[in-house]
Design a protein around this ligand. Structure first.
Ligand SMILES: Nc1ncnc2c1ncn2[C@@H]1O[C@H](COP(=O)(O)OP(=O)(O)OP(=O)(O)O)[C@@H](O)[C@H]1O
Length: 647
């Protein structure tokens, strides 16, 4: 049903115009088959997959019948792992079709990925800090097994795979033992399809025989199918069908005996060598060489977007070339950006400070007006108000201060200048009265710098500790194959994301508790407002740090770049968010950037709660919460989408 050659029965296939078809093979397959079943377990038709310009799978067609063991053989680098990843759905194909247990992988509602498939990747893909028991319980829970069933399977697998005690830590196991744990995790839920990428590497011959015997056993009733890759070609003689791969194509697909018979070879290995030689002689005239997989697309039969682009004569280097360029630019430019921001934003004079002016003087030639005209209007924006409006405004946080002149300011001031002795009333009346809002701004000399900085510093420390905790989480899991393995087991991107979020939340909660105890009890930083609001805002900022860390982790592949990204934004954010120097001193248009950053309004909100005792009814407080929640949602969605696109 899936195009050419869609027969359920294996055969030696004429691939790439090579040796003739071996129609008689069908009867051989039937003789060696454990049972019959109409729909194949896996059907791949004309599958193409490239990594950049490196074409790895090249019009590959393959059929795994139900209830069979399919041995996928081929030299290193021929594309076996890539094919298996396409089958389980962790890699998308560029062209062609794949059906696994009747549907394409990752089809909505399909059990692949999920409980129907057991996948043992080539990488170990095990959590090294887990014990053997934890590992099986973890996958048992993902597959929805009861603890009793998991326990029973665990006991069987530990005994069958000759594993040490279940309390042994994975990181303390030998290489071979780890591979067997990995195999055990794939076998755990008795899946209908087993995809095993080199399960017998590092396994002694006795156990290897036992594993093969087990595979033969489980496919007997015809419900379970197995695809297995191995470098030990001879062991694949126990498979019901072997597929011989080379340069991203399938050279033959038939029962091992049929392959040997056709090539008159005493061993499967010899048959494979002969097949490769004859393919090189005849097939290479029509099909690209291994290097040709990079060469001109006009030689290729493909016409898809990916494959039809002009392919240059580059090697693997061309595949990797562009990735380091932006990273290097980022590394070179980072110090320049940071020092520029420091010079621009720290220590400058404030601009656009709104000050309420209460001028009770009336008349023509007034000294109060002359004095006000001397103020630098770019720094101070004067708002003429009545006494009550000005005080209401300063309590609402709309004005930085009030400048007030009494009714007889000019005459009293003149008296102070002219007379040697004047009354207190004249002194007061002839003075400029200034009330500064000392609770949230730092421009007054009276404002303690530590007091100003503390709320912003608390948020910043919480945010960056959380970023640091999570920025590497997916990077390492992706590198070790854990992310893919969990995905094949049926864990969704959102579930992965939430699992990380909640586990890291526990860590940051302890950090926040200790930090607050120190600040309030040891350093006696005042808190006039609700402790609950203070804690909630700090925890939300911590969650935002986790979400941002997850974005970095989902988007970036290697530890070095992830670290650079996390560290690189720390200093600029600290400077532009007005944490160590007020936002009002940041020149435009950088100030607009500052206002949309996640910590600018949040720091201001925390200052208002702690030093003014304000609650959520005040705009400056709820705005901080709103911005934090907005960024949180954005980062979480972004991380989930990136992870989904990349898994
Ligand atoms: N993520 C990747 N990016 C770029 N190239 C890749 C990537 N993964 C694999 N390749 C290339 O694809 C080709 C096929 O790799 P694959 O791992 O599928 O081979 P294999 O047959 O499984 O080899 P082995 O038997 O050694 O495991 C190789 O040339 C490899 O360098």
């Amino acid at each position: 049903p899936l195009g050419n050659g869609g027969s359920a029965a294996p055969r030696v296939s004429p691939r790439c115009g090579e040796q003739g078809a071996a129609g008689g093979m069908k009867s051989d397959v039937e003789a060696s088959s454990p049972s019959r079943c109409d729909a194949p377990a896996i059907e791949c038709r004309d599958v193409c997959r490239s990594y950049g310009k490196l074409k790895v799978l090249n019009n590959l067609t393959l059929t795994v019948p139900q209830g069979h063991i399919y041995g996928l053989l081929g030299p290193s680098g021929c594309g076996k792992t890539t094919l298996l990843k396409c089958i389980v759905g962790t890699l998308k194909i560029s062209r062609g079709r794949i059906a696994v247990l009747g549907r394409p992988p990752a089809f909505p509602g399909h059990g692949v990925p999920g409980r129907m498939v057991g996948y043992m990747p080539q990488d170990l893909a095990l959590y090294s800090e887990f014990t053997i028991g934890d590992t099986f319980s973890f996958y048992g829970r993902i597959h929805g097994l009861s603890s009793k069933d998991t326990g029973a399977r665990m006991d069987f697998l530990i005994d069958f795979l000759d594993l040490p005690q279940k309390c042994s830590l994975v990181r303390n196991l030998s290489g071979g033992q780890r591979r067997r744990v990995s195999l055990g995790a794939a076998l755990l839920q008795n899946p209908r399809l087993l995809i095993l990428d080199e399960p017998t590497v590092g396994v002694d011959p006795v156990l290897r025989a036992k594993i093969w015997q087990h595979l033969v056993e489980i496919v007997k009733d015809g419900r379970v199918s197995v695809v297995i890759t191995t470098h030990y070609i001879e062991e694949a003689r126990q498979a019901h069908v072997v597929g011989l791969m080379r340069n991203g194509r399938l050279l033959a697909e038939a029962p091992p005996d049929a392959v040997m018979k056709q090539h008159n070879a005493p061993t499967l290995e010899t048959a494979f060598l002969q097949l490769c030689e004859s393919w090189d002689q005849t097939g290479s005239q029509r099909c690209p060489s291994p290097q040709g997989r990079h060469t001109n697309s006009s030689q290729s039969s493909d016409s898809s977007r990916d494959e039809s682009q002009p392919i240059l004569d580059s090697g693997a280097a061309s595949v990797r070339k562009p990735t380091w360029v932006p990273f290097l630019c980022f590394q070179f430019l980072l110090p320049v950006i940071q020092i520029s921001l420091m010079c621009l934003c720290i220590g400058g004079d404030p601009r656009g400070i709104t000050v309420a002016v209460v001028n009770n003087e009336t008349g023509g030639q007034l000294l109060s007006r002359s004095l006000l005209s001397f103020l630098d209007n770019s720094s101070v924006e004067q708002v003429q108000l009545s006494h009550s409006e000005a005080f209401a405004g300063i309590h609402d946080g709309r004005y930085w201060g009030i400048v007030g002149f009494g009714k007889n300011f000019s005459s009293y001031l003149m008296k102070r200048v002219m007379q040697r002795q004047v009354s207190q009333e004249v002194v007061d009346g002839g003075s400029v009265h200034v009330w500064l809002d000392l609770t949230s701004k730092s421009l007054s000399e009276n404002m303690d710098f530590t007091t100003f900085v503390t709320p912003g510093a608390i948020l910043s420390i919480t945010f960056y500790l959380a970023v640091g905790l999570t920025a590497l989480s997916f990077v390492l899991e992706r590198k070790e194959g854990l992310l893919d393995r969990c995905w094949v087991a049926g864990v969704s991107s959102l579930e992965t994301m939430l699992a990380h979020l909640f586990s890291q939340l526990f860590v940051i909660s302890v950090q926040i508790a200790l930090m607050l105890l120190l600040i309030f009890l040891v350093f006696k930083v005042p808190n006039e407002g609700s402790l609950l609001l203070v804690i909630t805002l700090i925890v939300l900022q911590g969650v935002m740090g986790i979400s941002f860390g997850l974005v970095i982790s989902a988007a970036i592949d290697d530890e070095q770049s992830a670290n650079q990204a996390a560290l690189g934004i720390f200093y600029p954010n600290l400077i532009i968010s007005g944490i160590i120097w007020p936002v009002e001193c940041i020149p435009y248009p950088l100030r607009y950037l500052s206002l949309v950053l996640p910590q600018t309004y949040a720091s201001e909100a925390l200052r208002c709660i702690m030093y003014r005792g304000w609650g959520l009814s005040r705009m400056m407080v709820w705005r901080g919460f709103a911005v934090t929640l907005g960024w949180n949602t954005f980062f979480l969605i972004l991380a989930t989408v990136i992870l989904k696109l990349r898994t």
